[in-house]
Design a protein around this ligand. Structure first.
Ligand code: AHG
Ligand code: MN
Ligand code: MN
Length: 356
């Protein structure tokens, strides 16, 4: 018999208990397959393989503190100009292997690679999908046991199956994504994904080694109380962002401050919290980074798709919907404002009034 507390939690979190047992990621993917435009089971198998790679990476991340060869930095600087962490490399390898093994992916664009990765085995060459991914998001948090993530984004290729993928296959606007999601390796591990039919969350159940549905339909509050931004960059922010920050800090009487600041430095973790609780994540352009820091293909597009599917909003702060930006290069960056609809719109208001 479920306690009152449990029932309330289940109601609030929309945990599905109807069948009185866990519903796994694979089962949900198969159940929903028929609702998908290209229902041949390819995307289902692909998502399922992503789930498998997530379990492998999760296992290593959980044991990171005990393994001497997995924590810390490598000697490499990646194409983003950032020092690669050993787990960045490991996560990329695991996801790349799983995606190639699925035979459903013709190529990958990864935050960690200079160029696109082309799969030229026969199965992959003839497949229909390409993937953009940030294998490990929040690398700077790995060594200190703070949540990190993996972000992925799936497109149908433009080039003909049977040929090698080309850069244009990856330079599609985010509104062409057929699926996107992330895995958050946090206090529990979760996989959150969308195929355009809402945003759904699964929690990893280690005892059975499966992702089980925990949040069937994630709906983000229209208004939130949390703002997430690296205020260490304050002096370099556009005037509109500085004014917005003053607005959230000064609004109302000091006794009833409605807003609170939370920033981890892992986009996945900051976004996930705001998705559940209501909030806005902002990474604006700064004097030293005129395009901001967050990468359009690997981070902004998938997160924007998930946000919109949960009733939220994602823009660049200058009135442009993230999903409509047409990329011109794979490592393109963009200023990024994402989260609860009304909060994103408030940031937009300040940006349009005060600008850079
Ligand atoms: P990554 O670890 O994949 O390079 O991404 C880090 C990103 C994002 O996750 C995070 O929100 C942001 O960079 C943090 O940047 P700052 O340290 O400049 O705040
Ligand atoms: Mn990242
Ligand atoms: Mn990364």
């Amino acid at each position: 018999m479920l306690s009152k507390f449990c029932k309330k939690r289940i109601k609030n979190n929309k945990i599905i208990m109807a069948t009185n047992r866990f519903i796994t990621l694979d089962e949900v993917i198969i159940q929903r397959q028929s609702a998908f435009k290209y229902a041949k089971g390819e995307l289902s198998r692909l998502l399922s393989n992503i789930g498998l790679a997530a379990k492998i990476v999760n296992n290593s991340i959980n044991r990171a503190g005990l393994e001497t060869n997995i924590l810390g930095a490598t000697d490499n600087i990646n194409v983003q100009g950032e020092t690669q962490q050993k787990l960045d490399v490991f996560a990329e390898e695991m996801f790349t292997k799983a995606l190639q093994a699925s035979g459903m992916v013709a190529g990958i664009a990864s935050e960690e690679e200079d160029d696109i990765i082309i799969f030229d085995d026969e199965l992959s060459l003839n497949s229909n999908y390409v993937i953009c991914m940030d294998p490990l998001d929040g690398s700077s948090n790995i060594d200190v046991n703070v949540s990190v993530g993996t972000i992925f984004s799936i497109y149908r290729r433009i080039s003909k199956p049977g040929t090698k993928v080309v850069k244009e296959d990856f330079l599609q606007p985010g509104n062409k994504q057929v699926a996107a999601g992330y895995i958050i390796y946090g206090s529990s591990t979760m996989l959150v994904y969308t195929t355009g039919l809402g945003t759904t969350g699964f929690t990893y159940e280690p005892s059975i080694g499966e992702f089980c549905m925990s949040n069937e339909l994630m709906v983000t509050p229209e208004k939130g109380k949390i703002y997430s931004i690296n205020e260490g960059n304050y002096l370099k922010f556009p005037e509109g962002i500085k004014r917005y920050l003053k607005y959230v800090q000064e609004i109302d009487k000091p006794t009833s401050r409605p807003y609170t600041s939370r920033y981890i430095g892992s986009l996945v973790a900051d976004f996930h919290r705001n998705l559940l609780k209501g909030g806005v994540y902002i990474y604006p352009r700064t004097a030293s980074s005129p395009n901001g820091k967050i990468r359009l293909l690997y981070e902004c597009n998938p997160i924007a798709f998930l946000a919109e599917q949960a009733g939220g909003k994602a823009t660049d702060g200058y009135g442009h919907r993230i999903l409509d930006i047409v990329p011109t290069e794979i490592h393109q960056r963009t200023p990024f404002v994402v989260g609860s609809k009304e909060m994103v719109e408030k940031v937009e208001e300040f940006m349009s009034e005060y600008g850079d």
